[in-house]
Design a protein. Structure first.
Length: 360
């Protein structure tokens, strides 16, 4: 099967493992900043194939996890309004806010609907002209273009009852924030899906300014093993650079059409990240031209003061400073069925991944 069986070849994986063992001479800390990579790393047992001196850190790559509790509380406040329909991707509905969740609001009578595409929300808006339909836009550069398509469609169809509450974020600022905070990282396993949109140029500042290695990786076992091999070679040879392992999907220029559309609809803003606080120029807000579709402008609500869950280490996990197993709530008070923190909700969250694959 093309691009599956070939990239799950155990013999080749072990060969790469041997090559990594042969060239590693020092302690190396690599961070993946994609939730899909976190999932694949533990699903396929990648850490067990590496030398003890190569450490893999899970970073802020899960869109649901990094969405700040203020965003969840804002969405809950909108859900409590009359004649409002909240449309959201499935993972977000279970993320705990300060005192509630969208799942709890739905069980109490709020109209909260799980959808699979931003265009599903457009269809719901067309079908319910007497309702205000709010789409909760989350994710990085991967999903922002699809939200932009929906906003453009709403404009073309002259919809007046469609709105977006944006928590879209861009990846480079948080990667820089991790380094500036002093977190020990020797190289980044850069996100494959994000990079299909953005291309590789946006990571150049990392080797140029910080002398750290970057390799854009695919998601299969051989992708990740080859990416780790490329990273440790860069690090051991002292030649930090941006390299693309995931060449079957990523081009240096990215997807120009998607980038143009995203830039038409969105502009950068300072934004809240779970565990980080406000990171300058890291979020995406609708441009003034499209503010009539901005839920935060058009549907003002009173949002309760944020209350972080006691004992939850999600913020530290997102920084790579703690592993899920170091949290006292892990597998006790916090499980996928009863999550305390966002990192236990999404299938791409580090805590949920550790729980699923039996990490102790």
């Amino acid at each position: 099967m093309k691009y599956v069986d070939e990239f799950r070849n155990q013999k080749l994986s072990r060969l790469l493992s041997e090559q990594i063992h042969a060239i590693v001479k020092k302690e190396i800390r690599l961070m993946e900043v994609c939730g899909g990579h976190t999932l694949s790393i533990h699903r396929f047992g990648i850490p067990e194939l590496l030398p003890p001196s190569v450490h893999l850190l899970s970073g802020p790559g899960c869109p649901v996890c990094v969405s700040d509790i203020r965003f969840i509380d804002h969405a809950i406040a909108l859900a409590r309004l009359d004649n409002v329909i909240i449309t959201t991707f499935g993972d977000l509905i279970r993320v705990p806010g300060s005192t509630s969740s969208l799942e709890k609001e739905k069980s109490s009578g709020a109209d909260v609907r799980v959808i699979y595409s931003s265009l599903d929300a457009i269809e719901i808006a067309n079908q319910n002209p007497g309702k205000k339909v709010v789409f909760l836009g989350i994710g990085f550069e991967t999903t922002a273009p699809s939200t932009a398509v929906a906003v453009m469609t709403a404009a073309q169809e002259h919809l007046t009852n469609y709105f977006v509450l944006s928590a879209h974020k861009v990846m480079p600022p948080v990667m820089e924030a991790l380094i500036d905070e002093g977190i020990l990282i020797d190289g980044y396993i850069a996100p494959g899906h994000v990079s299909t949109i953005t291309g590789s140029a946006m990571y150049r500042f990392i080797p140029e300014k910080y002398k750290l290695a970057v390799v854009i990786s695919g998601f299969e076992p051989l992708d990740l093993m080859q990416s780790i091999y490329m990273l440790v070679r860069q690090i051991e040879e002292g030649r930090p650079a941006v390299e693309i392992q995931y060449r079957r999907a990523v081009r240096p220029e990215g997807n120009p059409k998607a980038k143009t559309l995203m830039n038409e609809i969105f502009e950068l803003r300072d934004d809240w990240w779970r565990g980080f606080g406000i990171i300058p120029a890291s979020g995406l807000a609708l441009r003034k031209k499209y503010r009539q579709y901005d839920a935060s402008v058009m549907l003002p609500v009173s949002v309760e003061p944020p209350i972080e869950p006691k004992g939850c280490l999600c913020g530290l996990v997102l920084k790579g400073l703690k592993k899920p197993v170091e949290c006292k709530l892990y597998k006790t008070a916090c499980t996928p069925d009863h999550p305390v923190g966002a990192c236990m909700v999404s299938g791409e969250g580090a805590c949920a991944t550790y729980y699923r694959y039996g990490k102790e």
